[in-house]
Write a protein that binds this ligand. Structure first.
Ligand SMILES: Nc1nc2c(ncn2[C@@H]2O[C@H](COP(=O)(O)OP(=O)(O)O)[C@@H](O)[C@H]2O)c(=O)[nH]1
Ligand SMILES: [Mg+2]
Length: 354
């Protein structure tokens, strides 16, 4: 089928599976029709609850997602799943594994599963993932689950997309609890110790609880730190709202047996109530959109500059910096001026910017 962007957006909003698959491909591969598609679908977004599930490979994320999907389906909710694995370039083992883990939902019209292995060409995986989430949202899924492999930046990115972020740990993956090493405790709304049938599960639970106590010394401080650390872009802080405190619970599960899944669902419900209550939802949404706007803006500026200024010119500035004939900040100012994006003499440190 050859779709116009308008027809595609309409068809996917009406529940057409092939239109949805096509829309996701356009978003994932940054095809030419993408800006128009995103413009069309955006007004229909903002309804899905976005659940991020992150953690080291093999901790049981896909198994948990599958178990959670079973619960939400039994409640009558539809579920869209994005499995994002930047560590497995193409048709990698992880994605094959995901397919097997989630096979039980393959015949269900209320479930749509999409695996993504690309890094995202423009603006990185984070925004590509968010665009795909928006397409699933516009397609009417009540819940969109994003499974990402905890590898460096990606878990912070997921916290900037999800309403509820679950960090999955498993005992015996190494000497340290993975989350502590990666510093991803900061982004967890819920901590799961999966594979609790394995030895060492209680130790992992204790380690996480100890870390949480350190991370939340006093109610207000804890919350500020929790959100502050998840921000990559140094944007001016949004107006402070007196958001109530949420302390991440630690839930033990054995995903393939379904044990602990009810506790996990209860924790997700509680977190959702927390976010929806007392104006926290609007604050969260505002914060996420603000970060996105600032980040996309800086990426667009970078792309614009790169198309205007020859690489040789940037190399020449770099050479001057290397020779200590120009400081990096001055080099940036010159490059920006050469791109035409600022006028000569612009001073970002002066109050009026000029
Ligand atoms: N013993 C045990 N094995 C599990 C549990 N959860 C998942 N597994 C197994 O661990 C492996 C990795 O699970 P998977 O869900 O693919 O992990 P992911 O890489 O984090 O998505 C699979 O062989 C699962 O069957 C659990 O709670 N206990
Ligand atoms: Mg997986």
């Amino acid at each position: 089928v050859k779709w116009t962007v308008g027809a595609l957006a309409e068809a996917l909003a009406a529940g057409d599976r092939r239109a949805l698959a096509r829309g996701l491909s356009i978003a994932e591969d940054e095809m030419p029709g993408k800006p128009a598609l995103m413009r069309q679908v955006f007004p229909a977004t903002g309804h899905a609850w976005i659940l991020g599930v992150t953690g080291a490979p093999g901790t049981g994320k896909s198994s948990l997602v599958s178990a959670l999907t079973g619960v939400y389906r039994s409640r009558g909710h539809t579920v869209g799943i994005l499995a994002v694995d930047p560590t497995s370039p193409f048709s990698g083992g992880a994605i094959l594994g995901d397919r097997i883990r989630m096979r039980e939902h393959s015949g269900d019209a209320g479930v749509f599963i999409r695996s993504m292995a690309t890094r995202g060409s423009l603006g990185g995986l984070a925004w590509t993932t968010r665009d795909c989430v928006r397409i699933l949202d516009a397609a009417g899924f009540d819940l969109v689950i994003v499974e990402t492999v905890g590898a460096g930046q990606s878990e912070v990115d997921i916290a900037r997309t999800a309403h509820t972020t679950i960090v999955v740990e498993a005992p015996g993956l190494g000497d340290d609890v993975q989350a502590i090493k990666a510093g991803i405790l900061e982004i967890a709304d819920i901590l799961v110790v999966n594979k609790s049938d394995r030895p060492g599960a209680m130790q992992t639970v204790r380690a996480l609880k100890a870390m949480l106590e350190l991370g939340h010394p006093s109610p207000r401080e804890g919350l500020v730190r929790h959100h502050g650390q998840a921000m990559r872009v140094e944007a001016p802080a949004p107006a402070t709202t007196e958001a109530p405190l949420w302390i991440p619970p630690v839930i033990q599960t054995v995903a393939p047996e379904g044990s602990g899944i009810d506790d996990l669902v209860a924790a997700i419900d509680a977190h959702r109530d927390h976010v929806n209550g007392q104006g926290a939802r609007a604050a969260q949404e505002g914060r996420l959109l603000r970060e996105e706007l600032i980040d996309r803006l800086s990426q667009s500026i970078l792309r614009y500059v790169m198309t205007r200024v020859p690489a040789t010119e940037i190399d020449a500035r770099l050479e001057m910096v290397r020779n200590r004939r120009m400081d990096p900040q001055a080099a940036v100012r010159h490059i920006l001026a050469d791109s035409g994006i600022i006028t000569e003499g612009f001073d970002e440190f002066s109050r009026d910017g000029g």
